[in-house]
Design a protein around this ligand. Structure first.
Ligand code: NDP
Length: 253
């Protein structure tokens, strides 16, 4: 039987792989037979994840990377190419979320968010696209958010950055299609990770979760199917798109 979602033997790079959604992405790709490079700042976390990934019988390299530093990204991509020889799949997943009242939101927090959530994605995509162009093949998967489509008070930089991720994905589609590179984004709703877990106790969060059609927060594994769709040839004619995975929350009036 044909497996449309086959990624066995492919080479992937997951940036922002040390916890939460990125960790799950790396494990999912490895479980499906892809070799996976994992990058983030917390070296101990990616070293521990490397062992788990190798447990699936695939190759893994853990590379320290800070996406706010161009030099760090360039070195990371160089290391991955030296180790793997190619990069078929790139997951741009690094992200931070700095809450704050708009009137007192600091320029420093704005810059930190933008540098991590969108500037880093641009530099990583550019460096990896050079490799993918030579291969005439690539799949780029950007982690956006429902906060890239909608906004509420107290998180202006995150919403700005995630909105940019969605339109940047369209730009990648246009710029990279000639090299058989697709780019798509996953826009999760509320997923239980270190980034969000503490907020679930807030009254506002409890009310929001109760309003979700599926009546629960998402698990990181709820994103695995979409990841495999965008990472594999099942999505070969799909590029420049984003897909919301949010338990139906954004469908409601
Ligand atoms: P986590 O905090 O668990 O993961 C964030 C990841 O980003 C970590 O691996 C972290 O690694 C990495 N990261 C942060 N800053 C940098 C940096 N400067 N350089 C390299 N890596 C960095 O949160 P989530 O798993 O929840 O978030 C993952 C992505 O999903 C983010 O882009 C987030 O915006 C998005 N998202 C999450 C949602 C949710 O509900 N959880 C909803 C919608 C979108 P390290 O600190 O080791 O560098």
């Amino acid at each position: 039987m044909r497996n449309l979602f086959d990624i066995q033997g492919r080479f992937a790079l997951v940036v922002g792989a040390s916890s939460g959604i990125g960790e799950e992405f790396a494990l999912t790709l490895a479980e499906q037979g892809a070799n996976v490079a994992i990058a983030a700042r917390r070296v101990q976390r990616i070293e521990a994840l490397k062992e788990k990934i190798e447990g699936f019988g695939v190759k893994c390299v853990a590379v320290p990377c800070d996406v706010t530093s161009e030099e760090s990204i360039v070195n990371c991509v160089k290391t991955v190419v030296e180790t793997f020889g190619r990069i078929d799949i790139l997951c741009n997943n690094a992200g931070i979320d700095i809450f704050g009242d708009f009137l007192t939101y600091t320029t420093e927090d704005w810059d930190k968010s933008i540098n991590t959530d969108i500037r880093g994605m641009f530099i990583t995509s550019r460096e990896v696209a050079k490799v993918m162009k030579e291969q005439n093949y690539g799949r780029i998967i950007n982690t956006a958010s429902i906060g890239g489509r909608f906004a509420s008070a107290g998180n202006c930089a995150y919403y700005a950055a995630k909105g940019a991720v969605i339109n940047f994905t369209r730009a990648l589609c246009a710029d990279l299609a000639p090299y058989n590179i697709t780019a798509n984004a996953i826009a999760p709703g509320v997923i239980d990770t270190e980034l969000t877990h503490d907020s679930f106790e807030l009254d506002f969060a409890k009310q929001s979760i109760a309003r979700l059609p599926l009546k629960r927060v998402g698990k990181t594994s709820d994103l695995s199917g979409i990841l495999l769709y965008f990472a594999s040839d099942a999505s070969s004619y799909c590029t420049g798109q984003y897909l919301i995975v949010d338990g139906g929350g954004t469908c409601l009036l």
